[in-house]
Design a protein around this ligand. Structure first.
Ligand SMILES: Nc1ncnc2c1ncn2[C@@H]1O[C@H](COP(=O)(O)OP(=O)(O)OP(=O)(O)O)[C@@H](O)[C@H]1O
Length: 379
């Protein structure tokens, strides 16, 4: 299984987002193109690759073609939700810097690794705000933000993380062997391939693969989050966009891995909004849609069929996608559960509850001047 993400700094974002909130999004349907360069001033990417028993990369079926109409519709934005526009035209190759955790440097508390999502601390808009930093402390915070911005603008990288899943019941019942081990260092995995010599004696050929990180089957979803999405959260506030996607064959654990991430991410985003960026007036929104059978459906709006269009700036957008303003983690949790319940599922040989669509959950945050966004994709 495999997840990839990106972050990207936008230019002219104020003008562009006055009415239309676009997003940078990895166009999974054209996976051979996803590393192409764009004209964007800077960008950052993260990746995550997980594996099942012996999981080679296996692309999912294609996603829909993009319409090329020039005219975009005008919107009146209601207060609770905003028809979002999804920009699929962001290919970039710049690399992402190593950055401190979202909990470091801002006086925030580091969560316990592996903590369950149900334990998520809830943040309500105003009643849980700590005292604001002042004087020197405030300077330190500002310094820390500008340091983050500086880092984000210099180096960046794609991060590819593999997660090994345990054998499932079916595989255990069939007495199948686990042929994957994690290498001596934490970024290598070894596939033990059984082979036969010409005289029919068995031998095992070892294939070692290296990634940015490899997570064993005993890691929790919390540890997956810490390794993949958490480092991106502070960076999106530097006018950047980030994407994290899961990639892999059916039954390899994409949905299992991706489903808890948005809740954790929104918890951290709210922390930053209410603490570090408290005076910036950021608001957090959530949208959730799926690409199924070449069509786009809004999972938070009765599966309303949506259109992809290209605007005057050749930005490909999803027209009419509803974005809900959220103030606390509980609301996001409910919206995510609602969206997940609406997703198209089916049965495959390897997965009785297979997601038959690409699910895309987005968490945009905006103040009056800029829009930042993280997109989480379950392919
Ligand atoms: N790391 C893991 N630990 C425990 N169980 C797992 C793990 N990964 C996946 N599973 C289990 O394996 C099954 C298949 O996982 P999941 O539905 O996430 O696969 P998928 O890659 O999303 O498949 P599809 O592409 O068909 O939707 C589920 O029952 C899930 O609970």
């Amino acid at each position: 299984m495999n997840v990839v993400g990106r972050q990207m700094t936008r230019s002219n974002s104020t003008a562009h987002h006055q009415r239309q909130y676009s997003d940078n999004f990895l166009d999974v349907s054209y996976n051979s193109n996803w590393l192409q360069s764009s004209n964007c001033p800077s960008s950052q990417e993260f990746g995550f690759y997980g594996t099942g028993r012996m999981n080679r990369k296996s692309p999912e079926p294609g996603t829909p073609p993009v319409c090329s109409r020039k005219n975009n519709e005008e919107y009146v934005l209601p207060s609770d939700f905003i028809p979002g526009l999804l920009d699929l035209h962001s290919f970039d190759t710049e690399l992402l810097s190593e950055v401190p955790s979202v909990h470091e440097g801002y006086g925030l508390q580091k969560p316990v690794r592996g903590k369950s999502f149900d334990d998520s601390e809830q943040y309500i808009a105003t009643d849980k705000l700590p005292n604001m930093p002042c004087g020197n402390a405030e300077n330190k915070v500002l310094k820390s933000i500008s340091l983050d911005k500086e880092r984000a603008n210099t180096v960046a990288k794609i991060k590819v993380v593999v997660r090994k899943r345990p054998l499932n019941k079916k595989e255990i019942a069939k007495k199948e062997e686990d042929i994957i081990t994690i290498g001596s260092n934490s970024n290598a995995l070894v596939v033990h391939e059984k082979k036969l010599k010409v005289d029919l004696t068995e031998y095992v050929e070892k294939h070692e693969f290296h990634f940015d990180a490899v997570l064993n089957e005993d890691v929790s979803n919390g540890e997956v989050y810490s390794e993949t999405v958490e480092p991106m959260i502070p960076l999106i506030f530097n006018r950047t966009k980030a994407t994290c996607f899961a990639y892999g064959q059916t039954g390899s654990g994409k949905t299992y891995t991706m489903q808890p991430l948005p809740l954790k991410a929104s918890q951290d985003i709210l922390r930053l909004i209410y603490h570090t960026y408290r005076n910036h007036g950021f608001q957090l929104f959530v949208s959730f849609f799926e690409i199924y059978g070449g069509k786009v459906f809004d999972l938070l709006n009765d599966r309303k069929k949506l259109c992809m269009r290209e605007d005057g700036k050749q930005q490909v957008c999803i027209v009419g996608l509803q974005e809900y303003k959220v103030l606390d983690v509980q609301t996001i949790k409910e919206l995510i559960e609602r969206g997940n319940a609406t997703r198209s599922t089916g049965t495959t040989g390897a997965n009785e509850e297979s997601s038959r669509s690409h699910g895309i959950l987005q968490l945009p945050s905006r103040d009056q001047l800029m829009a930042v966004k993280i997109s989480l994709l379950d392919l």
